[in-house]
Design a protein around this ligand. Structure first.
Ligand code: ATP
Length: 321
């Protein structure tokens, strides 16, 4: 995978210790012959929104479950908010909100009753404030009206929202969300993005997993890419998106005219057979198209080539299918 990592221009080195909300070292989990997680060194910088991106079965859920102390690692270590797990679970886990598969809600209780049970277990909440906190949480995730309905009648999206409400009952230093948009419609997806943005603005560290690059691009400041249980890249999203020198592929019947026009304006361009490949490091796509159209060069199609991260992830996903 080294080449793929280099292609993404991404560092797998972890940031300095002080700035880290969560860290795993050599984290590994095997189930019989299956290696679910193969020695992951993940670092989650404080205040960041880190997206764990990977195709289905790449080890995202298993990594997250180990990070939260829900699954014991076969080997390796987990440090949350500066403390080792599982030794300091009692001290650390109340400061961490989590939405993971199977949050263990009671099917015959309503959403509201389930949240009241969760709230009663929060050490930071006292009796009189619990009802108000629960109503606020239901409102925040758009479940106020459905709060009285039994959990077993909830749609997948409603279950996700209730899980999120439980994760956010009290202010958290770290919020971990495993595929939070699973089962949600576009409006629900937008709400999750809004909630993540609010958490980020309030200084909360967020770790969120997804198998969709677009989802990570829309919400995250950092990304960690998993493939077959290994971390193949991690770093700042902007850096990883910028890597791999973007280009515009322009399809035109007048390739030599296009190249002459662009070179005249100091823009590097070359003939690549069917189209002209334009370097976008100094100009953006719309400027290139405007220059060509203005010079009377016909443009049939202009397509931006994929960034390093898009390229890396597309290759990983294609390998899996
Ligand atoms: P998805 O996006 O499909 O949820 P994922 O990236 O979260 O996938 P994991 O659920 O962590 O991936 O699974 C990683 C690998 O470990 C898979 O091959 C999976 O079948 C295997 N695995 C996970 N949990 C178990 C388990 N309890 N017993 C056996 N194998 C498991």
């Amino acid at each position: 995978m080294t080449n793929a990592v280099e292609a993404a221009g991404a560092a797998t080195a972890a940031p300095a210790a002080g700035g880290v909300a969560a860290r795993t070292t050599g984290l590994r989990k095997t189930y019989g012959q299956t290696v679910a997680v193969a020695g992951v060194d993940l670092a989650v910088p404080r205040g960041a929104v880190v997206g764990v991106l990977g195709p289905n079965g790449s080890g995202k859920t298993t990594t997250i479950r180990m990070l939260l102390g829900l699954t014991a690692p076969t080997s390796g270590t987990v440090e949350l908010l500066g403390h080792r797990l599982p030794e300091h679970s009692g001290r650390v886990l109340p400061r961490v909100g989590a939405l993971v598969e199977g949050p263990g809600f009671h099917p015959f209780l309503s959403g509201r009753e389930n949240l009241l049970r969760c709230a009663a277990m929060e050490p930071a909440l006292r009796g009189p404030e619990i009802r108000e906190v629960v109503e606020q949480a239901l409102h925040r995730v758009g479940l106020s009206a459905a709060g009285g309905r039994k959990y077993r009648g909830y749609s997948l999206g409603m279950k996700q929202r209730l899980g999120l409400a439980a994760a956010l009952l009290v202010p958290r230093e770290l919020v971990v969300l495993d595929e939070p948009t699973n089962g949600l419609d576009p409006a629900g997806t937008r709400e999750i993005r809004r909630i993540i943005a609010e958490l980020h603005a309030a200084g909360t560290t967020v770790l969120v997993s997804s198998h969709l690059l677009a989802e990570i691009e829309a919400t995250c400041t950092h990304v960690a890419v998993l493939h077959r249980g290994s971390l193949v890249a991690q770093g700042e999203l902007a850096t990883m998106l910028e890597s791999g020198a973007p280009h515009l592929l322009v399809s035109t019947p007048d390739r030599s005219g296009a190249i002459a026009t662009l070179q005249d304006k100091g823009v590097a361009a070359q003939d690549v057979g069917e189209s002209v490949r334009v370097d976008l490091s100094e100009v953006d796509s719309s400027e290139v198209v405007a220059m060509l159209v203005h010079a009377g060069v016909p443009v049939r199609e202009a397509r931006r080539t994929r960034t390093g991260l898009e390229d890396l992830f597309a290759r990983l996903t294609e390998e899996e299918s």
